[in-house]
Design a protein around this ligand. Structure first.
Ligand code: BDR
Ligand code: CA
Length: 313
């Protein structure tokens, strides 16, 4: 099976991406690299370990990543309103008795590329700070890795921080721009596409009806997130499955249709943090990414419920 690394700022939809992956026998999850974003790094690591233990996979290692953006020391305000103060919808689950590894996430990423090469897919669902640092330390990984499937940005104008900035890119636009321009084989799953994949309480009730510790946790956590979406995005009916769609595409690319695009991130203009696609300058293939433009919503939602439920049994 293909090998995967999930790089998580473990909030609600990151946890759903992890659950999706754990319910996928067709992928081998090597480990989780931790980042900051929805919550501070430490809380994210704690959440990842606790969820792994609750879902019966305490053997999967969790590596501590960088805890702040590449160009400044301060943390950005964690998004407590959307993901809850603890990042997992204010649901309380037992702490794992395992600790994060002592190896850093950046070393883990580089070592994994050296070991698995083209068989490795790396799925960042938070800021791109860890991957940027890994490329800086070992530039050759750009040619050695199988693929990066990232959740972030948006091709059409659409943001959740402000009208042009999506949260993951907004945290560290410089890192994102360097990754985008590095020539690493990457697929961008943006907010304009993930906001088409909405989950409602009708689906979370299916987890509730399963009535296992894991499924009750997913239902409670996701209902909190659906409540936040109702408050902050009243025009939508349900919550966005941003991070799970990236994990799903890493496992099965046919969920989305993509276009080749020469991508960059605005780092010093008035729309700092915006991802900009250019399909007229495709003559530099090393700078070309695949950008999702369309998603098979019904098929993805079916697979999402089936795999996350499998992870809870
Ligand atoms: C992204 O931002 C985070 O809040 C979510 O976990 C997701 O990765 C959506 O913009
Ligand atoms: Ca995330």
């Amino acid at each position: 099976a293909k090998k995967m690394i999930l790089d998580l700022d473990t909030g609600v939809d990151d946890t759903l991406a992890l659950s999706y992956t754990l319910g996928s026998p067709d992928i081998d999850l090597l480990g989780i690299s931790g980042t900051y974003g929805n919550v501070v790094l430490k809380q994210g690591l704690r959440n990842s370990l606790a969820v792994l233990s609750l879902l019966g996979h305490p053997e999967i290692p969790v590596y501590p990543g960088i805890d702040h953006p590449s160009d400044k020391d301060e943390f950005l305000t964690p998004s407590a309103d959307i993901h809850g103060k603890n990042g997992i919808g204010e649901v309380v689950i037992p702490d794992s008795n395992k600790e994060p590894e002592t190896t850093s996430a950046v070393d883990f990423i580089i070592d994994s590329v050296k070991t698995y090469g083209k068989d490795l897919v790396y799925v960042p669902t938070g800021p791109l700070t860890n991957l940027d640092a890994a490329i800086k330390r070992a530039p050759e990984i750009v040619d050695q890795i199988g693929q990066v499937v990232l959740m972030g940005g948006a091709l059409t104008v659409c943001g959740n921080v402000n009208p042009w900035e999506e949260a993951n890119i907004s945290q560290d636009p410089e890192a994102a721009n360097r990754v985008f321009r590095s020539g690493i084989p990457a697929k961008m799953i943006g907010l304009d596409v993930t906001l088409q994949t909405l989950l409602t309480k009708k689906e979370t009730q299916q987890w509730r009806d399963m009535d296992t510790p894991g499924s009750r946790f997913l239902a409670d956590m996701t209902d909190f997130y659906i409540g936040a979406y109702a408050k902050f995005h009243p025009h939508l009916h349900g919550c966005g499955l941003h991070d799970p769609l990236a994990a799903a595409v890493a496992i099965d690319p046919t969920f989305v249709k993509t276009l080749p695009m020469n991508m960059q991130v605005d780092v010093d203009g008035p729309t700092r943090g915006r991802t900009i696609g250019d399909n007229t300058r495709l003559n530099d293939p090393r700078k070309t990414m695949e950008v999702a433009v369309q998603v098979d919503v019904p098929r993805f939602l079916r697979e999402f419920m089936s795999r996350t439920s499998a992870a809870c049994r």
